[in-house]
Design a protein around this ligand. Structure first.
Ligand SMILES: Nc1ncnc2c1ncn2[C@@H]1O[C@H](COP(=O)(O)OP(=O)(O)OP(=O)(O)O)[C@@H](O)[C@H]1O
Length: 279
């Protein structure tokens, strides 16, 4: 579905992405991990068209999309989760879903809005889809709550919902677990899995939460210093010497934090030095 070939992104003389090649197959949930500064977000920006690569190519569904804009990629079904735009915080959860940008794959909402006779029908359809999306995400009870008042986890679910309004094919999720409590995290994981298995969404997911990576992702790709170090199943990647070395220096590493959950001794030590939510 997505092929990256020799991607480079230079900022001055510094290569934030330094010759990245990888493939994402339809139906996968690919987990992108790596220590801080590895180049994961820059790679996402390149894939989503927010940054232009210095060299290399990106192919999506067989087509060279290297120099396409975010908008054009969005139109083709390659969608990055949007942070809920600041100005939408005062709108309700339902309105946020109804206000997905124009040029979504499928029909153009704005074009329909302009065609006077179709206004009501288009709005009804969009509202119905937004309501279904809220029901799927179990957010119906906050449909009329301002988005700004939702919890961190509810906002993440709503972001996922905004991608669902577009009928996306490939969704880029940037640290979905960040700032989400454990209960809503389980729900978010469950919804991502359903979208993947039952609705055919392919995901690439950047995440520092190794528990989430282990549960959802196959394959897992580890980046360091702008390069792909290794790709494989979670356990293989986690125990690879190069991966452990790449994480060295981060204290505690995301991988150690994950292992602490399985090691009572480490857990006790960590409990003494870290707030509970970091475990
Ligand atoms: N616009 C920019 N100008 C200069 N350097 C940049 C720019 N954007 C990113 N970088 C640098 O590129 C490197 C990779 O950054 P990036 O944010 O892609 O890493 P990351 O793997 O997403 O890290 P994290 O997990 O901390 O989010 C970092 O050293 C960063 O400082």
């Amino acid at each position: 579905m997505l092929e990256l070939d020799g991607l480079v992104k230079a900022f001055g003389g510094f290569h934030a992405v330094d010759g990245c090649s990888m493939r994402v197959n339809k139906g996968e949930i690919l987990g992108l991990i790596g220590p801080n500064g590895a180049g994961k977000t820059t790679l996402f920006n390149l894939i989503a068209g927010a940054l232009q690569p210095t060299s290399g190519t990106i192919r999506f569904l067989g087509e060279d999309v290297t120099h396409l804009s975010t908008d054009a990629l969005f139109h083709k079904g390659l969608v990055r989760t949007f942070q809920i735009p600041h100005e939408f915080h005062r709108l309700s959860a339902l309105e946020n879903l109804m206000m997905v940008p124009p040029h979504q794959p499928g029909e153009s909402l704005f074009a329909n809005w302009l065609a006077w006779g179709r206004v009501r029908k288009a709005e009804e359809e969009v509202r119905r889809k937004a309501e279904e999306t809220l029901a799927f995400l179990e957010l119906t009870h906050v449909a009329h709550e301002r988005a700004g008042n939702l919890s961190g986890g509810q906002k993440k679910l709503l972001e996922l919902g905004r991608t669902m309004m577009t009928d996306a094919q490939l969704v880029l999720l940037d640290e979905p677990a960040a700032g989400v409590n454990r209960t809503l995290l389980r729900k978010l994981e469950e919804k991502i899995l359903i979208l993947n298995r039952e609705r055919g969404y392919t995901f690439i997911l950047i995440e520092h939460d190794m528990e989430m990576i282990e549960k959802l992702c196959h394959p897992v790709v580890c980046m360091a210093e702008g390069k792909v170090l290794i790709e494989g199943d979670f356990r293989t990647v986690r125990s690879d010497r190069r991966v452990l070395e790449a994480y060295l220096g981060e204290t505690p590493t995301a991988i150690e934090r994950n292992e602490a959950e399985h090691d009572p001794q480490v857990e006790t030590l960590r409990a003494q030095e870290l707030p509970r939510e970091d475990l």
